[in-house]
Design a protein around this ligand. Sequence first.
Ligand SMILES: [Zn+2]
Ligand SMILES: [Zn+2]
Length: 438
Amino acid sequence: MTLGVVSISTALYSLKPIRLNSGLVESQTSYLSRLAENHSISVGMLLGKVVAPFLEKEYLNKGSRFYDHAIELNAFGNQAAAFAKALSILTGIDSIPKLTLISLKDTLSPWNVLAETKRWCPLCLEEWKRSNSIVYEPLLWSFKSVNICANHNVFLNPICPNCAKTVPYLTRTSRIGFCSNCRCWLGSNEYKAVLNLDPAQLLWEQYKIKSIGNLIINKELIGEHSFYNICLLLKALIQRSGGVSAFSRKLSIPKSTISSWINGGHKPSLDVLLKICFAFEIDIAELFKADQYTDFLYAKCVINRSIDKSNIDNKAARKIDWALIEQKLNAIIEDQELGAPSVREVARLVGCNERLLYNHFPERCSQIADNYKQLIQSIKSRRLEEDRNTIITATIALYNNGVYPTERNVERLISPLTLRRKNNYSAWKDALRMIITR
Ligand SMILES: [Zn+2]
Ligand SMILES: [Zn+2]
């Protein structure tokens, strides 16, 4: 066993975080995965044998609850802070807190900011791999509001193309750039989810990515500004746009929500702040940094873009060119290389809302959904077959090497596969029967 490779008394390698102080800074979950890889151990071992004892969080070794909520490590709370502190001490790199949103804890509402599972740009991953650059995951990709890669003009991918599952931020066996379910490489040169957006929608997506990038760059500075200051700034913006009612109407934000910010001290969600800043044509980082009394902000307090996201969506819906969509739909159906994409994926590819697409082309959408279902089914049975072969081979190999193939011994060999699943258990039983009848 290689347990002795790292011990608490030995500091971990001083691995440098990627793109510090930029909008594309690495996330803490990405750093953890790379740190494990740099020590040639699994994430599970790094956390279980080094970080957990250091933090006195033995529960990291039990069950999967911690891993299910690993996104917390990139976020605002105590978990992110505790890990960042521990990793800073263990690696001697004191900038680890910058890989999280801890500094925005008192400024931003923590709800709904980060996506539950990983999203990535397959083109970025592939490009880094081919150019021998370090493959990593930017903190920016964790933001729910970020949907596109500005470098490649494609949607971020939320689903593994091989097993069609979402990919968790961290598992005991995570590797950067690989699916933790089926182990396949997530980068690709062939990725085709090109943006086919209405210009107004594209502007909104690009605005969000730029603005959140700036928020990330300035987060330590912004964190020094109290929330009270932001309440004052919002009040100023509301006043200058003609009061609560006018502001509410123009931005389609309920009046009660606005009152809860200015009277109740509730923090607006990141999405709403982005919407406001987009309308006022200011950067979200400017909103946080600006002083209430600076002329700069007052000068901008005219709603230049009174369009909000829902307006953009409605506008896009009204302007949909169905003939063009049909053309694209046919091309996608005929494109063998695309395999069997889901209706959601197709909607994205043709640049149309999924529900609208269903309403307009019900038969074709049902066909697409059926094909997708079949694909998932065949991937599932292929995986079951592969798992079965792995288990049988492992059980027989153990027996041939003089080790009794108990459930535990087999599981050790086939980890992270487990015999707890019904099909896997019966594969093991079958292998035992084969051994007995030989
Ligand atoms: Zn990219
Ligand atoms: Zn996969």
